[in-house]
Write a protein of this length. Structure first.
Length: 171
């Protein structure tokens, strides 16, 4: 590679790195600014005065540590479960001989070709038909169970009376 071509390559790489890293610098510098500095665009590139006020508020006035812990636990559990299940399924498809093996392998390959964003459309329709969570979620916690007729030692007539005495939930 000639010297001018090398210089152009290095300049292009530096420009690419700046394009990628400047937004991260901007976000990080904004987190160390006061509300007034952000609102009135003073000290645009370097925060003056440098303050930890936002982090103190985040860690002290919110439940952010708990939220972070919950997110990390969820991410680790889902990642481990997905890895174990996918590796077992992959082993089965790759090593074991069973009827329909080629069809399963083809189906897996075809499903990888579907962009995940397309799955939002049917998910939106299902959630739209269910309605807001406040309409259907409480029904799971309000399900009432009565002892079975055999546990009470009663007849079927008594069980019919007990079923008739159930009240409808008020939601």
């Amino acid at each position: 590679m000639t010297r001018p071509a090398k210089a152009v390559t290095i300049a292009g790489l530096l420009a690419s790195v700046l394009i990628v890293l400047v937004p991260f610098w901007w976000i990080a510098s904004m987190s160390f600014k006061t509300y007034e500095q952000i609102q009135f665009a003073t000290s645009i590139y370097v925060p003056r005065p440098f303050t930890w006020e936002n982090y103190v508020g985040l860690l002290g006035e919110t439940r952010f540590p708990r939220w972070l812990y919950n997110s990390l636990v969820t991410a680790v559990v889902v990642t481990l479960a997905t890895t174990v299940i996918a590796s077992l399924a992959g082993y089965a498809v790759a090593r074991l001989r069973f009827p329909g093996r080629e069809a399963v392998a083809s189906l897996i390959l075809i499903l990888y070709l579907v962009p995940p964003a397309l799955l939002f459309i049917p998910l939106y329709r299902v959630l739209g038909e269910l309605g807001p969570p406040t309409a259907w979620l409480p029904s799971f916690s309000r399900i009432r169970h009565s002892p079975s007729p055999s546990a009470r030692g009663s007849s079927s007539a008594s069980s019919r009376r007990s079923l008739g005495s159930w009240r409808k939930p008020r939601w």
